[in-house]
Design a protein around this ligand. Structure first.
Ligand code: CA
Ligand code: CA
Length: 293
């Protein structure tokens, strides 16, 4: 009886959610937001300046670690403390000190091999994969899009074209932790690049199709390894060499108010296996049971 009540309540909630989804996708001009952390309690707040020596080039490992804490807190039964853990052996897992240690490990030769120039996109992808598969084997589904040629072993990396906004939206809508690489001053002698962890994406869905297109006003929020805090930038598009790039207005010098146009050149996401897959597997198990009878 009790479980029946819970089920009908759950159904009512599910129906309401579906209806809300329907309304928001039909209404023209509605604002759409995907927020991975509405209460601001899930992502890590590791700041690269706290790492110590070499910290100024550690944005890649730090962005990854801030995403690790999100995955652990959002899916504790799936990831437990595998990704961070008690690396400083003080009996307390997943503390700020433990996050620092994981960033140092990730920046090391075996993983991202962070040097004076930081971490390249392909070392970020391969290093993050290698670390996660070592500490939590088989628990993650990976995807990536890179503008630059990848050249590595993973067939889930799509390369040689600009990362797409539909891909970013889909990954954020799923269960994923998402890091992006942004690059600016790309045609100067000193091109710059930075990794951040995406938290929230909002846009005025002018044509009401639930997708984000050029011309629709959009903002993106991310944990910036430079500050360890959530920051926001305007998201626009630029067609360059007949290809459409995602562009983020990024404050190059904190507090200056001066924004640079930073191109998104790589997106990597880490997901848990989709619930649909789990349901399918459960049904498969049921079929086996029925056949055995
Ligand atoms: Ca600890
Ligand atoms: Ca739209």
């Amino acid at each position: 009886m009790m479980s029946g009540q819970i089920y009908s309540r759950l159904c009512a909630i599910a129906c309401a959610v579906m209806l809300m989804g329907l309304v928001s996708s039909v209404a023209v001009g509605a604002k759409v937001c995907i927020d991975k952390d509405p209460d601001g309690t899930l992502f890590g707040n590791l700041k690269q300046g706290d790492i110590g020596e070499g910290g100024e080039t550690m944005c890649g490992p730090v962005a990854a670690v801030n995403g690790f804490l999100y995955l652990q807190r959002k899916y504790p039964q799936h990831f437990n403390s595998y990704l961070i853990g008690d690396k400083d052996d003080d009996g307390e897992p997943d503390t700020y000190e433990d996050m620092k240690k994981v960033a140092e490990i990730l920046g090391g030769l075996s993983y991202m091999d962070c040097g004076p120039g930081g971490v390249s996109y392909n070392r970020f992808i391969d290093g993050k994969y290698a670390y996660m598969e070592e500490v939590a084997p088989g628990k993650t589904k990976y995807r990536a899009q890179s503008y630059h040629e990848y050249g590595g072993d993973h067939d889930w990396v799509a390369d040689k074209k600009p990362p797409e906004i539909d891909f970013l939206v889909d990954q954020l809508k799923g269960c994923a932790a998402v890091e992006i690489l942004i690059a600016w001053d790309v045609q100067s002698d000193e091109p710059k690049a930075h990794y951040v962890t995406v938290v929230k994406l909002c846009w005025e869905d002018a044509n009401g199709d639930g997708k984000l297109q050029p011309g629709e006003e959009a903002t993106i929020e991310f944990i910036d390894p430079r500050s360890g805090q959530r920051e926001m930038g305007e998201l626009t598009f630029e067609v360059w060499d007949e290809e459409t790039f995602i562009l983020i207005g990024y404050e190059e010098v904190p507090g200056s108010g001066l924004l640079v146009d930073a191109y998104v050149t790589m997106i990597m996401s880490q997901n848990i296996p989709e619930p649909a897959t789990v349901v399918f597997m459960a049904l498969g198990g049921l079929v086996v049971l029925i056949r055995r009878r």
